[in-house]
Structures are given as structure tokens and as C-alpha cells.
Design a protein around this ligand. Sequence first.
Ligand code: ZN
Ligand code: ZN
Length: 228
Amino acid sequence: MTRLRCDFHIHTTNSDGTCSIQEVLQLYARQRFDVIAITDHAVEQASLREFALQGGPQTVTQETFADYLHLLEKAKKEARERYDLHLIPGIEVTNNTKEYHILALDVKEWIDPDWSVPEIVAEIHRQGAIAVACHPAKKEGEVLQGPFRHLYENREKYRTLFDAWEVANRYHLFPSIGLLKVPFLANSDLHRPNHIFSWKTLLTAEKFNMASVKQAICKGERAIFWHG
Ligand code: ZN
Ligand code: ZN
């Protein structure tokens, strides 16, 4: 078991990120990361309609999900063979109307962002995947980056529902999530290459062993670190 440099929240050109999957692999390999998850957005119907009207950004949809997963499975093999990097296929289940974003790590099937939070988490668990509450903060106060109030406001109610909570996202720290005393993660939510300089997670786990990484996320020892 070693201390692994991890980032479980990364976007690519499959949604609103600027890096291709290839560029993400190279970027993280250069910075000597061990475990990363690519988690492009899948959005609720209202956002999908809005994005269609305004011509973007791109997202993963029910129709493109199988192709997206296929790309990630191919990249996972390449990441290991070429870069000694453990890539986890993921998705960010994104509901902008109801203001919750949820990571599904090691996702296997489509998850509908219009479902309620408990329904989404139940589906993630049915798939044997990991459910992470993303940037749980209100618009004013702990974070400035958008209206994601639902998970923040319901943090006591959902406390044990999620496998882990983001206690930090990119440059922001969420002290009230720390006070929940739940398993936490720190992720970059990378959309552009310079976002790699952000809060991240150190996990004690066995690389390329998903069961070990899962165990470490849900129950294990972890620390957050700033990568500058
Ligand atoms: Zn998000
Ligand atoms: Zn994100």
C-alpha cells in the first residue's frame, strides 16, 4: 500500500473541458499522479434544452453514454500501459435546475440526472460505483462558483447517503463539510490545464486495484494536499 496522488473530478472535451482524454492522461502523467477519474457532465433535460438552443456546451447524453464509456475503457488500458496511471471511468450527474452535482466513480450504466438525489445515489450503488457529493456549497459564503445549494443545505440529511463529500474543490475549501466528519475528497474539477494546480487527495491504497481504492475512499486514511 502506498500513498497515491489522486484527482477524482476531471472534465474533457466530452463535456465543457478544454482537454481531450489524451491530453488529460499526458497532463496527469507529467505531474506524477497515480489515480484519476474522468467525470464529464451528463445534464438534466432543462439544461439539455438550454444548451441545444445556445449551441453548447457539449455533454454526455443517454444516446452518447455507451460511446463515452467505450472511449474511457480504451483510455484506461492506455493510461496503465503507457503512463502507469490508474484511470477510473466516471460521470458527473448534473442537475442545474435542482442544484446538485454528483460524481459516479467507476460508472457502468446511464444515470438520469432528472432523478432525485436518493434515486441517483441508489442507482450508483446498484452499479457498484462510488457516489460523491460535489462542491457542496451555497452561492455566497463558502464558495463563489455557482448555485449548488441543494447538497449544502441538505448536508445533515444526506450525511451518510454519499460515500464521500468534496471538502475541497479546485481552490475552495468547505469548512462546514469538514464538520460533518464524513469521508472526504479534494478534487480539481479540472476544466482547463491550469486547474491541475488545486486541492487534491492523497489516499493510502493499492494502485490499479479498484476494490482497494474504493475501500480507501469510503473508509480509509486520506489527506488533502495542495499541488502548486
Ligand atoms: Zn459540478
Ligand atoms: Zn465538475
